[in-house]
Design a protein around this ligand. Structure first.
Ligand SMILES: Cc1cc2nc3c(=O)[nH]c(=O)nc-3n(C[C@H](O)[C@H](O)[C@H](O)COP(=O)(O)OP(=O)(O)OC[C@H]3O[C@@H](n4cnc5c(N)ncnc54)[C@H](O)[C@@H]3O)c2cc1C
Length: 452
């Protein structure tokens, strides 16, 4: 026997929670299911606690920059307030009571448990079947994925979850993966005293970004004493008295903690997407511009493979809500999708990278400013590494991509995101007034530098 409802939402990450609440407020009978915590990875093991860690680590870094600029300071790091803040302020000791109350307060019915699809419109959770007459929405996210390195499986390596829950800073740690998560957490633990080695298989860190970003972050990490190994061919991992990672052509690296940050993948098999005709072996669920994944089926968030970010999940939620409610036909547009790696310097980018733009046959113009050579960067001095790089479509006289790396690179990115989103002509960008001496004034200099 199945129970008929209007909508079933499986997985309540940031987008799913938002969507379930909005549809319930619109008067639909919504069943919202999550096996773990309402709100998903972001508030409990992702964005929020990691940014609290970063805030603390950056305070330490600023303290260490006092020397030579403002006197002397002795900085002694203490992890206890960070761990306590994550427990008390961010996660309520990983308790989602407040989030569940918020959701049910908006009118949705919450069911906790692992759910799976059981054919079109049908969802089963712990033997209870629901039949959705209007929509099934999948917001099941992705889980930390470990590569098949001999010896790794079954060892007590850390994922982002153990890193966020850490009560102490290890003396040393190896991080597999030089993407945003590995780098953000690696810099945090290093600034709190851990000896950190980052091991990346690709030939550069942040391999999805333009090479200038990789060079910048590698040089900052090396200067801070973080060992970076790129182009690593890892032959095995051994676990005994700590971890040992063997890399071809190099001495072994050992540490008591190994953090695996090699990507995140959805579990489409567990979700039994095959019962609705989707490929269970795929890396994501394909969706159209309305976030439709099939008749009566929508997917939002990391599971769509479009961009593993909370802002994408929330953006997609709004579009799926209006589609399900049959309201104005908003369609997803990812031209101006921003992303920020919250290292110090922050590396923000939006739109197309230079290589991608050229591959698309765009007549590309590139303009760059180095942050230290701007007035504000020069004034800032210690910790001023960064650059602004603009990718222009010279035929259409608009920006199609940008990178903003620097002390507040993610904030400066806002201006560039707007320029790409609204297709602001280069002539308008060149004729506006940039406050002196801001970091974003570097955009004006980069615009002046654009050439093919
Ligand atoms: C360390 C770290 C730092 C990050 N920092 C940032 C950042 O600064 N900015 C940013 O934008 N993004 C960041 N992210 C990414 C961000 O957390 C995700 O993009 C965000 O959570 C959106 O994910 P989602 O909506 O797809 O769902 P998720 O948050 O992944 O939630 C999915 C939910 O579905 C549930 N679920 C899964 N399968 C089932 C099932 N079969 N039945 C029932 N429930 C199920 C899970 O329990 C989970 O609660 C970070 C991620 C990590 C790990």
């Amino acid at each position: 026997m199945s129970e008929q409802v209007d909508v079933v939402v499986v997985g309540l990450g940031p987008g799913g929670e938002d969507l379930a609440g909005r549809l319930a407020e619109a008067g639909l009978h919504v069943v919202a299911i999550d096996a773990e915590l309402v709100g998903g990875e972001c508030p409990y093991w992702g964005c929020v606690p990691s940014k609290m860690m970063i805030r603390a680590a950056n305070l330490l870094a600023e303290g260490r920059r006092i020397e030579g600029m403002a006197g002397t300071a002795t900085v002694s790091a203490d992890w206890a307030p960070v761990a306590e803040r994550i427990r008390k302020e961010a996660t309520d000791t990983w308790d989602d009571t407040a989030a569940v109350d918020r959701l049910t307060g908006r009118g949705a019915r919450f069911v906790r448990g692992w759910a799976h699809l059981d054919g079109p419109g049908r969802v089963v959770v712990d033997g209870q079947a629901f039949e959705a007459t209007k929509a099934v929405v999948l917001n099941t996210g992705a889980r930390s994925w470990a590569p098949p390195i001999p010896g790794l499986e079954g060892t007590p390596y850390w994922t982002n979850r153990q890193a966020i829950e850490a009560e102490e800073v290890p003396g040393s740690m190896i991080i597999l993966g030089g993407g945003p998560i590995g780098l953000e957490l690696g810099q945090v633990f290093s600034r709190f005293g851990a000896e950190v080695t980052v091991v990346e298989v690709a030939d550069r860190l942040l391999a999805v970004e333009d090479p200038e970003s990789s060079e910048l972050i590698q040089s900052v990490f090396t200067e801070e004493g973080i060992e970076v190994i790129t182009g690593a061919s890892i032959s095995r991992v051994a676990y005994g008295d700590g971890f040992t990672v063997s890399i071809e052509g190099r001495p072994d690296v050992s540490a008591p903690v190994l953090l695996v940050a090699t990507g995140r993948r959805p579990d489409l098999e567990g979700l039994r997407v095959g019962t609705v005709g989707l490929d269970e072996g795929a890396r994501s669920i394909p969706v159209d511009e309305h976030l439709r994944a099939g008749p009566g089926l929508w997917a939002i968030g990391d599971v769509t493979g479009i961009g593993p970010f909370t802002h994408v999940s929330m953006y997609q939620s709004a579009i799926a809500v209006s589609d399900i409610l049959g309201q104005a036909h908003a369609t997803a547009d990812y031209r101006a999708l921003p992303r920020v790696t919250f290292t110090d310097p922050e590396i923000g980018s939006v739109g197309l990278g230079e290589h991608e733009a050229r591959e698309r046959g765009i007549r590309v113009g590139v303009g760059t400013t180095q942050v230290p050579s701007t007035t504000r960067g020069w004034i800032h001095k210690a910790g001023n590494a960064g650059f602004i790089k603009l990718i222009a479509d010279l035929d259409n006289e608009v920006l199609v991509g940008a990178t903003s790396a620097g002390p507040i690179g993610g904030e400066v990115l806002g201006l560039l995101t707007l320029a790409i989103h609204a297709r602001v002509p280069l002539s308008s960008l060149r004729s506006m007034i940039y406050a002196y001496p801001t970091f974003h004034r570097g955009v004006e200099a980069a615009l002046a530098d654009i050439s093919d």
